[in-house]
Design a protein around this ligand. Structure first.
Ligand SMILES: Nc1ncnc2c1ncn2[C@@H]1O[C@H](COP(=O)(O)OP(=O)(O)OP(=O)(O)O)[C@@H](O)[C@H]1O
Length: 612
């Protein structure tokens, strides 16, 4: 999710595409190999959106490649449909529709189970193509006689019979496909797909309908596959049945692994290496049947030594060179940057969702219980918090505090009881819907998007509020969304991470990660914010800094805070609810709670004993 506009990338790609047919033959590339690289590169653009950007490893892309290709070829050969490009586009749409239906089933599972379903889908499509549908697909013979396209320009007609002319045709469509893919990955949808790849649970908790976005990526990949399949038939004058084979899906995955996932160019580079080596081993070295073995060994070596593929390796080298240059420059004053700026404590900077400030409860839970097997984590909890109130929740380890929060934010359904938020029954709603209503939390254990920068993390959170839980604005420039940059900047200032804005999360210090964790929740502009142990694991100096931040955040908000650091918590909150063994033990002001003998006893019996 590079925030820069992709125009420069597009210009450089156009130049490279024009130069390639003049340069690559000098390295031993046959003209048809160069054309095939473009088809695999185009096929891979969709796959990279699905795998590299969304994190969904599919072995079923051959199903859509074959479907799109066969549909277009059938129209052109059996039905004598006269318009080649229209047939290819119709084939791609059919592949997209099939992708939509397959996605309904495959996306019900994640991880290895999703991958296994796609393997099965690939095999099913191969079987269907060879057996029940062989009348239409030609079975093992495929469909011969696919015509080449021609374009009537008014004064002349362009045809694409020669390899060079076919290259121009394919390069044009690769470029169109790349421009579309670049737009998608630079759109808000692309940003959310990257968030889903890194941490789907948190993306959902920030108000995004991750299932719908994954489905959209799946359909987009199927359309790319179908379009590339159609071009394959046209390029070869023949639609081969092996387009449907599992090998096709496997080769796509391997080429993407070689080239590098998540850059859009990885599959093209991977195809270049793969197709060159397979031609070289077979035609130049005449390795016979062993060429696959040698190619396999080369694949293993490339993936072992270039974990992020060729494009990832080049990017790492570039970053290292940039880092070396930076470290040679005189350093700034990092300490100064970590001091809380006046802006960070300025109440006007607080992002806040418009909410009616009527006195009275914003949230009311009644009879809330949660049973885990034989264990009652929460029992019959009645709890009310008013608009503008800052509430603390304390209790010994295992008292049921986090479970209570999880029920309020609808991460887990209660076993019994009811939750009313802003006069609305939210019991049993999804965590996404509840976040959209303005109720969210920061987590006890950081739930960040590790491969994204601080700014990108906060952008994901702000997008949930600005765009709603699902919107298919695939070609909208994320930089042009009104109010987004301002909301991110406000939150950055609030959690004091202005100086780390372009730093990847994986490079942040622990205290900074904790502040970003709070920032993610804040950037959704919640009307009720829950903070689950915001001070957990912090050093004393980080605690002082974070308590100051929390004080500034607290102004004008409604918040519930869980923490074990009772002294810090009591500085922040107006009222405190004490939980013990899943029940409400007592409720009162910090002063009342501090000297309450029942609370003293609960803590002396607990692990921490902070109250003692
Ligand atoms: N998913 C789960 N499955 C089974 N038991 C669970 C689950 N989550 C929590 N528990 C149990 O429920 C009880 C309450 O846990 P919870 O995490 O809510 O307590 P807590 O007060 O937040 O504790 P801590 O202060 O240590 O974070 C504990 O006994 C815990 O082991």
């Amino acid at each position: 999710m590079n925030q820069k506009h992709p125009f420069l990338v597009e210009v450089l790609t156009a130049i490279a595409l024009i130069a390639a047919p003049f340069i690559l033959p000098h390295f031993g590339f046959a003209p048809t190999t160069i054309n095939r690289i473009l088809i695999w590169g185009l096929f891979g653009l969709g796959f990279d959106i699905l795998f590299g950007y969304t994190g969904l490893l599919s072995f079923g892309q051959s199903a859509f490649f074959g479907t799109g290709g066969m549909f277009a070829a059938y129209l052109l050969t059996e039905l004598d449909f006269p318009y080649v490009m229209v047939a290819i586009i119709v084939g791609a749409i059919v592949a997209g529709l099939v992708g939509y239906l397959v996605g309904l089933v495959a996306l019900r599972r994640t991880g290895i189970y999703f991958a296994m379903i796609t393997v099965a889908i690939s095999e099913v499509f191969f079987f269907v193509e060879f057996n029940p549908l062989s009348r239409y697909t030609g079975g093992e013979n495929g469909l011969p006689g696919v015509p080449t396209p021609s374009v009537f320009l008014g004064f002349t007609t362009l045809t694409f019979h020669s390899d060079r002319a076919m290259y121009a045709f394919l390069a044009f469509w690769y470029f169109v496909g790349l421009v579309a893919a670049l737009r998608i990955v630079h759109s808000p949808v692309g940003a959310i797909l990257s968030a889903i790849r890194d941490n789907p649970q948190r993306a959902a908790a920030l108000g995004h309908n991750i299932h719908a976005y994954k489905h959209a990526a799946f359909v987009a990949a199927a359309i790319y596959a179908g379009f590339a399949g159609g071009l394959l038939g046209v390029m070869q004058g023949f639609m081969p049945p092996d387009a449907f084979m599992f090998d096709t899906s496997g080769q796509l995955v391997m080429q993407t692994a070689i080239g590098g996932a998540g850059s859009l160019f990885g599959p093209l580079i991977g195809a270049t290496v793969w197709l060159f080596l397979s031609d070289f081993f077979q035609n130049t070295l005449h390795l016979g049947a062993t060429w696959k073995l040698v190619l396999g060994i080369v694949f293993v070596l490339l993936v072992v030594f270039l974990r992020r593929g060729i494009v990832g390796g080049i990017a790492d080298l570039y970053r290292m060179a940039k880092g070396a240059k930076k470290s040679a420059e005189p350093a700034g004053n990092p300490a100064a940057a970590s001091v809380i700026t006046p802006a960070a404590t300025e109440p006007m900077l607080s992002p806040a969702r418009p909410t009616h400030r009527a006195p009275g409860p914003i949230l009311r839970a009644t009879g809330l219980s949660k049973r885990y097997g034989g264990l009652m984590a929460n029992s019959d909890i009645d709890f009310t918090i008013n608009h503008g109130e800052i509430r603390g929740i304390i209790g010994p380890n295992g008292a049921g505090k986090s479970t209570f929060f999880k029920m309020l934010t609808c991460e887990v359904p209660p076993s019994s009881g009811k939750i009313m938020f802003e006069d609305r029954d939210i019991t049993g709603m999804s965590v996404t819907d509840v976040c959209q209503l303005g109720l969210t939390k920061s987590y006890q254990i950081n739930q960040l998007f590790d491969r994204l920068t601080v700014r990108q993390n906060l952008t994901i959170a702000a997008l949930g509020e600005i765009r709603g839980k699902f919107r298919l604005d695939l070609f909208r420039n994320i930089l042009k969304i009104p109010g987004l940059a301002e909301q991110v900047e406000r939150t950055l200032a609030l959690v004091n991470l202005m100086h780390r804005v372009d730093t990847p999360v994986s490079e942040l210090a622990y205290g900074e990660k904790r502040r970003l964790e709070i920032g993610l929740a804040l950037a959704t502009s919640p009307s009720l914010l829950l903070l689950d142990e915001p001070l957990a694991g912090m050093s004393p100096s980080e605690r002082i800094e974070t308590v100051a931040l929390l004080k500034s955040i607290a102004r004008g908000r409604t918040m519930i805070i869980i923490d074990h650091d009772i002294d810090s918590l009591f500085e922040l909150v107006e009222t405190v609810t004490v939980l013990q063994e899943g029940r409400v033990l007592v409720h009162g002001t910090p002063k009342e709670i501090k000297f309450n003998p029942r609370v003293q006893e609960a803590y002396l019996g607990g692990v921490h004993g902070e109250m003692a």
